[in-house]
Design a protein around this ligand. Structure first.
Ligand code: NAD
Length: 257
């Protein structure tokens, strides 16, 4: 069987669980060597790597707290070391900027500390991970940023998160132009509610889950693989003419008022 990403190398931030894990598994199933980044939970990343290996894929774990001051430097130092040991070079092909946090806080309850942490992980690290990655991405590479439907239709209970996810859509457009001359595409996927630790308080509550489903065209709760398959497409050669786009992968959430 021909695997479309054979010979490619991918970095998935926050690849140890949730959407990131599903993305790491999908890209590995497509033939890529996957760097599974984790923040604090090395064990979760090791489990993801083991699961990929058990299915015939190749992967390794790299750790770095992206909220920390030198988190991006730590990530790329570890990635460079691993890639040089495995391939003799630090180049790679696919970046999936997935790591993120979503603390529930309405306008009145959003403190400076909450906003700063969301900014650090969901915006600042995405920006500088992309900047470091751009020095290493081969021509024809792929960047996929993980945004959210709340970038377009904000949630007042996630007010800072919503506003800062909108930054990702905007950044995706600029980066598509900046990197386009090298045939590197840059897109975002915007999930709706997905059944992960992040959204557990919503999707595990039967009443809230019913409400979420009622607001979607497709009446079920999204799974990490629903996002991973869209990322798999955007990372593939088939998506070569798609760039600067935010693809809403949400089962049709909040399409009408
Ligand atoms: P999750 O909480 O299961 O996973 C988040 C990942 O981010 C983890 O792997 C974690 O290690 C990593 N991370 C968090 N803080 C970090 C830090 N300081 N340093 C390094 N890594 C850190 O959540 P998820 O649902 O899988 O979310 C993945 C992405 O999808 C996020 O960007 C999130 O905003 C986005 N998203 C999720 C949903 C949803 O409903 N689950 C909806 C829309 C968008």
């Amino acid at each position: 069987m021909v695997r479309p990403l054979e010979g490619k190398i991918a970095l998935v931030t926050g690849g140890s669980r949730g959407i990131g894990r599903a993305v790491a598994e999908r890209l590995a199933a497509d033939g890529a060597l996957v760097a599974v980044h984790y923040g604090k939970n090395r064990q979760a990343a090791v489990e993801t790597v083991s699961s990929i290996t058990a299915q015939g894929g190749t992967a390794f774990a790299v750790g770095a707290d992206l909220a920390a001051k030198d988190g991006v430097k730590t990530l790329f130092a570890a990635l460079d070391d691993e890639l040089k040991a495995r391939t003799g070079a630090s180049q790679f092909d696919i970046l999936v900027n997935n790591a993120g946090i979503a603390p529930f806080a309405n306008f009145a309850d959003t403190t400076e500390a909450i906003l700063d942490e969301i900014y650090a992980v969901n915006v600042k690290s995405v920006f500088f991970v992309a900047q470091e990655a751009s020095k290493r991405l081969r021509d024809g590479g792929r960047v996929v940023n993980v945004s959210s439907v709340v970038a377009r239709t904000p949630s007042p209970d996630l007010i800072a998160y919503s506003a800062l996810k909108a930054v990702i859509n905007n950044l995706t457009q600029s980066l598509a132009v900046v990197l386009g001359a090298r045939s590197i595409t840059v897109n975002a996927v915007a999930p709706g509610a997905i059944d992960t630790d992040m959204a557990a308080a919503l999707v595990k509550d039967p009443a809230i889950a019913e409400h979420l489903k009622s607001q979607q065209a497709l009446k079920r709760i999204g799974q990490p693989e629903d996002i991973a398959d869209a990322v798999g497409f955007l990372a593939s050669l088939d998506a070569r003419w798609v760039t600067g786009q935010t693809v809403y992968v949400s089962g049709g959430a909040a399409l009408t008022i």
